[in-house]
Write a protein that binds this ligand. Structure first.
Ligand code: SAH
Length: 223
């Protein structure tokens, strides 16, 4: 999969895209990540990318032309399955959306900033709008990172243990069971005996029971 992120702040992605699972996904050839500075597409001599809103009101609006030129440039090189805009008024992101996006070959993620982007960008270019929750961020960059990360970990082959992503919270509609590692006894706080029993059937039963218990207590809406 190839993901092209359009942003005014490409440097924000450097750390996140070059560490941990995202680094591994790229090294293994499962994922290609590119960032594009929308400012590079400004034809204005001061490289302006935003302007005052028509009709007045606070804040600046990202202009249609640099974004359109950037998207058209990318589209002239390959087909894109989706042009995603990060937006607080978009569809709320969840695991099933991440799974769905992981099936795409190429996608663009556009990060807004300031008051947002000129509505014509959304009308003419954007195919999906995604919010990462009911709160307002300063820009779409952190939302784009969350989307890329969640999508990357469900691309087959990215995680070492193939079943690992499948046993995460939400994948089977349940929250994850609690996990423990050494020491088995931490200052009198012991790991549940069943996990040390070596009996796979009992362990699986226990995990499912804990998943149900936890989901019922914390997220009954999922059941
Ligand atoms: N005026 C807009 C908010 C602009 S915030 C409104 O009230 O809807 C600036 C940019 O940050 C947005 O264009 C969007 O790209 C991004 N952003 C802010 N909150 C977000 C969220 N919850 N999910 C995804 N993107 C968000």
């Amino acid at each position: 999969m190839r993901i092209d992120v359009l942003t005014l702040f490409p440097e924000m992605f450097e750390g996140v895209f070059s560490q941990s699972i995202l680094k591994r996904a790229q090294n293994k050839g499962h994922l290609e990540l590119f960032t594009h500075n929308i400012r590079d597409y400004s034809k204005d001599k001061h490289h302006r990318v935003d302007d005052y809103p028509f009709g007045g009101g606070p804040g600046m609006v990202m202009m249609v032309e640099p974004i359109a030129d950037c998207i058209n440039d990318l589209k002239s090189q390959r087909h894109y399955d989706a042009v995603i805009f990060t937006a607080p008024d978009g569809q709320t992101f969840n695991q099933s959306k991440a799974n769905q996006l992981s099936l795409y070959q190429n996608m663009i993620i556009l990060c807004g900033h300031y008051k947002g982007v000129d509505e014509r960008v959304r009308e003419l270019f954007v195919t999906e709008e995604i919010s990462i929750g009911d709160y307002v961020l300063s820009g779409g960059e952190i939302a784009a990172m969350a989307i890329v990360d969640a999508v990357a970990r469900v691309i087959p082959g990215v995680l070492n243990d193939e079943t690992s992503a499948l046993s995460d919270s939400f994948q089977d509609g349940l929250l994850s069971a609690p996990v423990y590692t050494r020491p088995a006894n931490y200052q009198g706080h012991c790991v549940p005996d069943v996990l040390l029993s070596g009996n796979e059937r009992l362990i699986n039963d226990w995990k499912l029971e804990k998943q149900l218990e936890r989901t019922k207590a914390r997220r009954p809406d999922l059941l």
